[in-house]
Design a protein. Structure first.
Length: 564
């Protein structure tokens, strides 16, 4: 632990400034103890990644501890599947909770006992108003609430009713336990909030042991205190809940009083961060599960091909702020490009094949041409790619009637084939009925082989290609933003803004033979195309690639223009 006389880390954000001040004053005996407390009611998304990196990262910086705790107080929406996926996501991002895995459900008996203490102290009561009546009595932001007609029940009656609530004597929704605070408080969260409700639902850990469950705002602060958390870091929407957080801890007997600190949540372009909306996308079949590569979930990003290093870099770049802001998705894409630029081998893949026949190349000849795996990192070595008489190039790399600045292949024009020769288009073969281009007949200059110190002839265009005889067929899935609108308002119908072109599946792609036996999760740069990852659907007989991101880097251009 960082002690009073230790040199403190420099403050990179306002939370570190608070912690540094606490350590200078020897608050919490010089301890720094955080927690990441997800509710297991869905898969984690990129916004949670920011919180994970912040909470576990602060513990690392200050030689402290960080717990993983599941706030599992709502059994109707929670599942073991979500618990397992959350643990996998945290570990994949590079963090570990060691032996500090906790569940709010593990504290149910203690939480119940604390509730009895509140009743005995006259600070909680059983209320018979239904949910709609409670909302009506609560008032508005401009008008105070009014007391429940059950607010002045005796301690004895409240204890009896609450114990009978636990025993299952009353139907769901018929009674709740409420804190007795202040119905005229300007903070609506302090107007006698509900602490417990009756809910007959089987819990993923406690089964049918309980029929009353604590509310999040009651269970969360006590769980923090039980675990010895010093700094309870949460997103900005909980700022108005902080007085209730403090009230609970001030009125129950706990060993410590954690400090709640709020930071701005992540709002990312062309996506949504609401678990409710993400769940709707999955349940309504709009996407193919929580790990659909178009989803902003950590599992979706992982399947698409994002690396934990890129996500951690993104979270560091966006920083920690006190007020909500909007983050350009190009910034996230820049982080993955930067990471993969250094680690991804370069290969050649033709997504929309057009056959090329080199008429003056020997029919039975095959050359093995050397190709570097990453020109920027020579230590990654090289490979050999076969070259023959028949090749595939991209359909977009040929135009019969090209515009002035089109430097790819056209009738009578020359281009260089990457790692190979200069070729010239001599004639075009078309389908007589449809006019569709079937193949190009070209010639090559044998004295222009790349890397042979004979590149005196210069051409403006260089194309990627694959040998038709040796090509391996593959399916390639191209992904775009899930939504058409960059910044969706909270109450806006997200379904109306879905991008119909968010996924395009190409089934007749051709890749170089070095990719024939690649494994799911491997990442490559397809020359001139972008970065791609082998999908989990890939098998020995069927290659499947996901496009992670294109080569175009809008954020890098923004940074460059800003520095000029």
């Amino acid at each position: 632990m960082k002690g009073l006389n230790c040199e403190l880390p420099s403050s990179t954000n306002f939370i570190q400034s608070i912690i540094n001040e606490d350590l200078k004053n020897n608050k919490n005996d010089g301890r720094v103890h955080t927690r990441f407390p997800p509710e297991p009611n869905g898969y984690l998304h990129i916004g949670h990644a920011k919180s994970i990196c912040l909470n576990f990262g602060l513990a690392e910086v200050y030689d402290g501890l960080c717990n993983l705790r599941f706030d599992d107080t709502n059994p109707t929406k929670e599942e073991v599947e979500y618990v397992d996926s959350i643990m996998a996501d945290v570990k994949w991002l590079g963090f570990d909770w060691d032996d500090r895995l906790f569940y709010a459900s593990g504290y149910f008996e203690k939480l119940y006992a604390y509730a009895l203490d509140l009743i005995e102290a006259g600070k909680a009561y059983v209320c018979d108003l239904n949910a709609e009546q409670i909302r009506e009595y609560r008032g508005t932001l401009t008008e105070p609430g009014k007391n429940s007609p059950y607010r002045d029940r005796s301690v004895k009656e409240n204890l009896d009713l609450f114990q009978r609530m636990r025993a299952g004597e009353f139907p769901d929704g018929s009674r709740v336990l409420r804190a007795k605070i202040d119905m005229s408080s300007p903070n609506i969260n302090l107007r006698d909030p509900v602490l417990y409700r009756i809910q007959r639902a089987s819990h993923h850990r406690t089964g049918d042991q309980w029929c009353i469950y604590p509310m999040y705002d009651y269970a969360h602060p006590i769980s923090d205190a039980i675990e010895g958390v010093t700094h309870s870091i949460c997103t900005l929407e909980f700022e108005d809940h902080r007085p209730l957080y403090d009230w609970v801890l001030d009125n129950v007997t706990v060993l410590c009083h954690p400090q709640q600190i709020e930071f701005a949540r992540l709002n990312l372009g062309y996506t949504v961060m609401s678990k409710r909306k993400l769940r709707a996308l999955v349940e309504q079949g709009i996407v193919n599960g929580w790990d659909d590569p178009r989803m902003p979930t950590i599992s979706g990003l992982r399947r698409r091909g994002y690396t934990p290093e890129a996500i951690r870099d993104f979270c560091e770049r966006i920083g920690v702020a006190k007020s909500n802001s909007f983050v350009d998705i190009a910034m996230l894409e820049h982080s993955i490009r930067e990471d993969l630029n250094a680690r991804a081998p370069r290969v050649m893949a033709v997504l929309r094949p057009l056959k090329v026949i080199i008429e003056n190349y020997p029919e039975d000849q095959v050359e093995m041409l050397e190709a570097e795996n990453n020109a920027e990192h020579p230590e990654m070595g090289s490979r050999h790619v076969p070259f023959g008489r028949e090749l595939y190039i991209e359909q977009d790399d040929f135009l019969e009637n090209p515009p002035k600045k089109f430097f790819r292949l056209a009738p009578g024009r020359e281009v260089r084939l990457k790692h190979a020769y200069i070729i010239k288009c001599e004639r075009v073969v078309k389908d007589e009925q449809t006019g569709q281009i079937l193949e190009l007949h070209c010639t090559y200059d044998p004295d222009t082989r790349s890397g042979m110190n004979n590149e005196k002839r210069k051409v403006k265009g260089t194309l990627h290609w694959v040998s038709a005889k040796h090509a391996v067929k593959a399916e390639v899935r191209l992904y775009d933003h899930l939504f058409l609108k960059e910044n969706l308002e909270e109450d806006e119908d997200f379904r109306a803004n879905l991008n119909p072109g968010s996924q395009e599946i190409l089934t007749n792609c051709m890749v170089e033979p070095s990719l024939a036996e690649v494994l799911p999760g491997y990442r490559y740069q397809f020359l001139r195309q972008g970065y791609f990852c082998v999908d989990q659907d890939a098998t020995a007989g069927q290659l499947v690639f996901n496009r992670i991101v294109s080569l175009k880097d809008a954020w890098a251009k923004i940074q460059k223009s800003g520095n000029n």
